[in-house]
Design a protein around this ligand. Structure first.
Ligand SMILES: *[C@@H]1O[C@H](CO)[C@@H](O)[C@H](O)[C@H]1NC(C)=O
Ligand SMILES: *[C@@H]1O[C@H](CO)[C@@H](O)[C@H](O)[C@H]1NC(C)=O
Ligand SMILES: *[C@@H]1O[C@H](CO)[C@@H](O)[C@H](O)[C@H]1NC(C)=O
Ligand SMILES: *[C@@H]1O[C@H](CO)[C@@H](O)[C@H](O)[C@H]1NC(C)=O
Ligand SMILES: *[C@@H]1O[C@H](CO)[C@@H](O)[C@H](O)[C@H]1NC(C)=O
Ligand SMILES: *[C@@H]1O[C@H](CO)[C@@H](O)[C@H](O)[C@H]1NC(C)=O
Ligand SMILES: *[C@@H]1O[C@H](CO)[C@@H](O)[C@H](O)[C@H]1NC(C)=O
Ligand SMILES: *[C@@H]1O[C@H](CO)[C@@H](O)[C@H](O)[C@H]1NC(C)=O
Ligand SMILES: CC(=O)N[C@H]1CO[C@H](CO)[C@@H](O)[C@@H]1O
Length: 892
């Protein structure tokens, strides 16, 4: 642990950093160019001159204002400047202790100088994409915008600044006002985690300067009419062009759409009256369009699109180039009123997770890319953004990787200030001005998202639905940007605006622990319909991650004080501040922990079981009479080092929650229903393999803790793409279990199980969990009698040999093959493999495992692989531990 920095006032020497050298060349120098502001000098108004106009003139002395990145909330800036460090802030409850909160009740100043040499006949703009919570903008001593206009985290505006500019150095000063989540249009965290001390205040998105000729262009909209089966599609590229002059102008709009050797050149003349803004459309026909698919189903071809306005043979402006994809999405409600989706004509079952941004809204493309790669490794196809729309790069990455994105507004604060919302205080109510902010926010986010094939739907509400007036503002804003995707009223079913109708998605929990058979119970959040946010409240990190953010005392509390409120759970005002519901189940189902290690091992077992059952529930019941139509896990990841609600931890280390999910979300899979002993064959692919062979064999084996067979069966069955079906009913075999038994299901494409598509092992108790459905609350369903896995504590030891060899190594990735062999006559239960660096004993994160936390039958062997970024470790090793196997470390 590093030394705790004293909470110092901001304008002291601690933050004294020289201000940036003035860039020698113009930030923009020809029409059609757009440049991002490269960074800021940041200071609190408490420690700056009160002469805002003076500060916004070139040459003002800001030498004691720290230099920060272009997208930086105040807290992010203070960390960047070295006042705080992540490792220290995250440790134990430091976040509550070390931050000087006295500086967050007043505005902060962001200042930058840039050079431009304006030429006559040219126009210059300053473009914002949202500043939290609101800002005055000053340029060269004059005010350009005030906080009633530049308002909201998503309030993006384009200001003409031509008359403010001077040749040479120019200065911009943004005064960002403090944020109250209940009263301001911002990005809150509800009950996810403690709030960032600055409530996310600041210039969190890019600010840009652009130069144009007499006509400027907005971002373009991309429209096509491709539907499945069509061999050609009409392409329309629409863009709003504005005449900046006081006389009519003739010009030409040209567009180019390219992918490989496919190229479509489009052109359209236009005439604009003085100061007129109008839509100009480019249209053409594209033969044999290449179709974009979600990653499990096909490739992600992306067409480059450029759009340029030419006036008098000179480029006047270029719309921001984008890549687009051609795919067709439909959505509606089925006979039960549940939301359904199709992509390219095929039924699409969203399996996903709720995205957590960084608590301080820092954006790191490579970090987010790894999160997305973990989602793909998990078999997930969808990510929901609740009110955290991030940056264009997120959508670019999702487009490239074939992940679907469900963006939308957030719950429980300003965004849901409706008269019928009793979950926020009465003073949180939309004013006239709030409707205006809502309109601009929606318009701006639509302009960012419209072109991206990864966007599945926009949810204009979260827990609550927008009232009729707000809903029609949102819908009209989306429509004005030619939004072609579904618009969903909310993430719940409390009510709906007339213009959109029912959301068809349920938000009935759970958020806290429920046992595996919950998902088959046909009630509340169980696997039917579309669950917009639900999970058993699991996601316990492993020890190497925990030690980074928990003190010895915190670690001890984990297993000795099962009901204690814990700082690294949800915020302290929420129902999820302690682990009491979860721990009660752990104590009862697995036995009271005897040590921290024992607690973590049992927690990983609970987490694994819980998440496997959730995904298996939704996937296996996709063809049930009231079918499961999609589920978003609550949550994909945390905004900080968290103890729950995650598929992988903040350091990108996967544990029980991850590996249970990975089994449950396998595209071709065989699963067991905990409630009535049905074995299901699951297929989430959209076609058979290349050979078109539908034959599958399912091997079912049940053994007791001594390794004795209780049941054996092989079933041959034909699989069908995008279809789940019953394979066998084994409730009679299950009834033979005395205390605990192991069920192994192997799915293979041949009768001898040489090509294994899925291997899945359960530990089952003779006593199932019993749910008190009638006592369900919004966040869980209590258990009246627990399953008993305590006999697992007394399993005889199994002897497992592990060999690790390097399978391949390239500059980017190393792959290791791990061979596990159970030499014993008893099962080897819950073998955890942890990829570490043998020199530092730290995790190598993220590891991409083919499978992990596996259970081997007697005499069984298995091969697993793990890949990781080669640059992260030259001395990888695998640590083996688990239920009844000895801990050992194997060097490569
Ligand atoms: C953050 O917002 C909350 C309301 O959600 C408010 O109580 C608190 O004072 C705000 N903090 C700051 C620093 O403005
Ligand atoms: C699209 O444009 C980018 C950058 O201009 C280029 O690197 C890429 O090769 C282009 N892709 C296609 C498919 O033309
Ligand atoms: C484009 O311009 C027209 C005419 O001013 C306007 O009605 C429309 O809202 C604009 N569309 C967008 C997406 O800004
Ligand atoms: C939303 O803003 C657009 C663009 O300024 C405007 O045309 C439209 O009338 C606004 N809608 C409402 C309901 O104010
Ligand atoms: C809850 O957390 C807030 C901010 O993190 C802190 O100020 C407050 O003292 C905490 N309350 C309790 C009861 O721990
Ligand atoms: C098991 O439950 C599923 C739905 O939960 C039902 O479709 C199936 O018929 C049941 N099977 C048995 C054997 O009861
Ligand atoms: C997907 O499943 C649904 C329901 O079983 C079926 O109607 C549809 O035809 C299937 N699509 C494909 C491509 O298999
Ligand atoms: C594991 O891989 C080895 C080759 O490295 C192979 O000989 C063996 O058959 C494989 N075992 C299993 C169970 O796939
Ligand atoms: C199925 C399997 O892999 N069995 C092997 C595991 O253990 C024994 C003893 O080492 C081998 O002889 C088996 O071939």
């Amino acid at each position: 642990m590093k030394n705790i920095l004293p909470a110092v006032a901001v304008a002291t020497a601690v933050l004294a950093v020289g201000h940036a050298a003035t860039p020698p060349s113009s930030i923009v120098s020809s029409a059609g160019q757009t440049a991002k502001i490269a960074g800021w000098n940041l200071q609190s108004v408490l420690h700056a001159s009160s002469d805002i106009a003076g500060l916004s003139r070139p040459g003002a002395d800001v030498s004691n204002w720290p230099r920060v990145s272009p997208r930086t909330t105040v807290m992010a800036g203070l960390i960047e400047s070295g006042l705080y460090t992540d490792s220290n802030l995250w440790f134990s409850d430091n976040l509550n202790k070390v931050v000087d909160r006295s500086v967050f009740g007043t505005p902060w100043l962001y200042r930058e100088e840039f050079t431009v040499n304006p030429s006559s006949g040219q126009h210059y703009f300053l473009i914002t994409h949202g500043i939290t919570s609101k800002a005055d903008i000053w340029l060269n001593g004059k005010q350009l915008a005030d906080k009633d206009f530049q308002e909201g985290s998503y309030g993006g505006h384009k200001y003409e600044i031509t008359k403010f500019l001077q040749s040479g150095a120019n200065a911009i000063l943004i005064q960002a006002y403090e944020t109250n989540y209940l009263l301001d249009s911002a990005m809150g965290f509800v009950d996810w985690n403690p709030y960032p001390p600055d409530n996310g205040t600041g210039v969190w998105r890019d600010v840009e300067i652009s130069q144009t000729g007499p006509v400027s262009l907005a971002p373009f909209r991309f429209i096509h009419d491709w539907t499945p089966g069509k061999a050609s599609t009409k392409i329309t590229v629409k863009v709003n062009a504005t005449n900046l002059e006081s006389h009519a102008i003739d010009g030409t709009l040209t567009g180019q759409i390219t992918l490989g050797n496919q190229q479509l050149d489009l052109t359209e003349p236009f005439t604009l009256a003085a100061h007129e803004e109008k839509t100009v459309s480019l249209t053409g026909q594209l033969q044999d369009p290449q179709i974009w698919w979600p990653w499990l189903w096909g490739d992600q071809p992306l067409y480059n699109v450029t759009v340029t306005a030419v006036v008098n043979n000179k480029i006047s402006d270029a719309a921001e180039p984008r890549r687009v994809g051609i795919r067709h999405i439909e959505s509606g409600l089925n006979d039960f009123g549940d939301r359904t989706f199709t992509v390219n004509g095929q039924r699409f079952l969203p399996l996903g997770g709720g995205y957590g941004p960084d608590m301080f809204m820092r954006w790191d493309t490579e970090y987010v890319r790894k999160k997305f790669e973990l989602m793909v490794n998990l078999g997930m196809n969808t990510i929901r953004l609740e009110g955290k729309q991030e940056h264009p790069e997120l959508y670019d990455m999702a487009d490239e990787m074939g992940l679907m994105i469900m963006p939308g507004w957030e719950c429980c604060d300003w965004w849901e200030g409706w008269t019928y919302n009793t979950d926020v205080p009465d003073y949180v109510r939309f004013t006239e001005h709030d409707y205006w902010i809502a309109n601009y926010s929606m318009l701006h986010e639509a302009s960012m998202m419209q072109t991206h094939p990864s966007v599945l739907a926009f949810l204009v509400g979260s827990d609550y639905w927008p009232n009729d007036r707000a809903a029609s503002i949102y819908v009209n804003a989306l429509k004005s940007w030619d939004w072609l995707n579904p618009i969903v009223a909310s993430a719940g079913e409390l009510g709906f605006p007339e213009i959109l109708g029912s959301s068809g998605v349920k938000m009935d929990g759970p958020y806290d622990y429920v046992p595996p058979n919950y998902w088959y119970g046909g009630q509340v959040g169980a696997a039917f319909g579309f669950g917009s946010e639900e999970g058993a409240g699991v996601g316990t990190p492993e020890i190497r991650s925990l030690k980074k953010f928990l003190s010895d005392g915190d670690l001890k509390d984990l297993w000795t004080k099962p009901n204690k409120g814990l700082f690294h759970m949800s915020s302290n005002v929420s129902s999820f501040y302690d682990r009491s519901i979860y721990n009660k189940a752990l104590w009862n189902r697995y036995g009271p922990p005897s040590s921290l290690e024992d607690y973590l091992l049992k927690a990983q077992m609970m987490d694994y079981e819980a998440n496997r059952a959730e995904y298996e529930g939704f996937a296996s019941l996709q063809d049930a009479s009231r079918s499961a139509t999609g589920v978003i896990y609550w949550m994909m990841n945390g905004a900080w080092p968290n103890l729950h609600w995650q598929l992988f931890d903040y350091y990108l280390n996967p544990a029980g929650s991850y590996f249970g999910t990975k089994v449950g979300a396998r595209p071709e899979h065989v699963s067991f229903s905990y409630d009535n002993g049905t074995v299901y064959l699951i297929n989430r692919l959209n076609s058979l393999d290349k050979k078109g062979d539908a034959s599958r064999w399912v091997l079912i084996d049940l053994i007791d803790t001594a390794g004795k067979s209780l049941f054996h069966q092989q079933v041959k069955i034909d699989t069908k793409p995008n279809y789940s079906q019953e394979v066998a009913k084994i409730s009679k075999a299950i009834s033979k279990i005395k205390d605990v038994a192991f069920l192994r299901l192997i799915l293979s494409s041949d009768s001898k199980s040489t090509t294994i598509l899925s291997r899945n092992v359960y530990w089952l108790s003779s006593k199932n969990d019993v749910l008190k459905w009638d006592d369900s609350t919004w966040y869980y369903t209590p258990i009246s009698s627990y399953a008993d896995y305590t006999p697992l504590q007394k399993l005889p030891g199994a002897s497992v040999t592990t060999t690790v060899k390097q399978a391949s190594s390239a500059q980017s990735a190393t792959t290791l093959q791990v061979h596990l062999e159970n030499k014993s006559n008893v099962p080897a239960f819950f073998i955890r493999l942890v990829l570490i660096d043998s020199k530092t004993d730290e995790n190598i994160n993220p590891p991409y495992w083919s499978d992990n936390y596996v259970t081997l039958f007697p005499q069984e062997s298995i091969n697993l692989t793990v890949s990781f970024d080669s640059s992260l470790s030259a001395s990888p090793a695998v640590e083996v531990s688990g239920g009844n196997v000895a801990t050992q470390v194997i060097n490569v």
